[in-house]
Design a binder for this molecule. Structure first.
Ligand SMILES: [Zn+2]
Length: 198
């Protein structure tokens, strides 16, 4: 866990928990217990998630399952290609400012349809998917056309962090004050592992 040593303690504790949960998922030994109606009823009037996850809408990337979590643990924002526009940004800000999560995970993944579409159509802004493309093309502008969509997704995740820090005062301040840590991660479809990237 040396990779984690410079992370503020609050966030590190939660990240270690999620990494352990991901190992449970990979090993086929999930332990999440709080998945029933009684958990929901206990949380009927409040929520206290310990992490926010920005993940792709892809049907194979389900944060609660791959991190072995139940109801009330994760504040999840899902959008195709983890593309960040105003509503998504404000959803993340809500998790930071109102729910005080110490950890934000940006979760890209293998075989992302958005990366494939962007790679195929760059630099054209097609009639469809305009706002999504505008959130992905800057990665190609900066790094050139990508041969491998999975590598492209990793670069995009790093770019998303940059974008968030440049466009959200709430999140930038929380990071500067060490109240929030942003973990850039990638989900591997072959073995189910969530790896940190930098
Ligand atoms: Zn995707």
């Amino acid at each position: 866990m040396d990779l984690l040593k410079d992370i503020p303690e609050n966030a590190r504790k939660e990240l270690e928990k999620l990494i352990r949960g991901n190992k449970n998922f990979m090993n086929g030994t999930p332990t999440a217990k709080n998945m029933c109606l009684s958990t929901l009823q206990e949380l009927a009037l409040y929520q206290k998630p310990y992490a926010c996850v920005l993940s792709c809408s892809d049907s194979r990337v389900v944060p609660e399952i791959i991190f072995d979590c139940g109801i009330g643990e994760l504040f999840v924002v899902r959008v195709a290609g983890i593309t960040v526009g105003a509503n998504v940004l404000e959803s993340l800000e809500y998790a930071v400012k109102k729910l005080h999560v110490p950890l934000l995970i940006l979760l890209g993944h293998d075989d992302c349809g958005v990366m494939a579409y962007a790679n195929e159509h760059y630099p054209e802004i097609t009639d469809d998917f305009q706002s999504i493309l505008k959130c992905v093309y800057p990665v190609i502008d900066k790094n050139g056309q990508q041969n491998c969509n999975n590598q492209f997704a990793r670069k995009h995740t790093l770019w998303v962090e940059e974008y968030i820090l440049n466009h959200s005062k709430i999140i930038k301040s929380a990071v500067d004050e060490k109240k929030l840590y942003i973990a850039k991660c990638h989900f591997d479809h072959n073995n189910g592992e969530v790896c940190m990237i930098n």
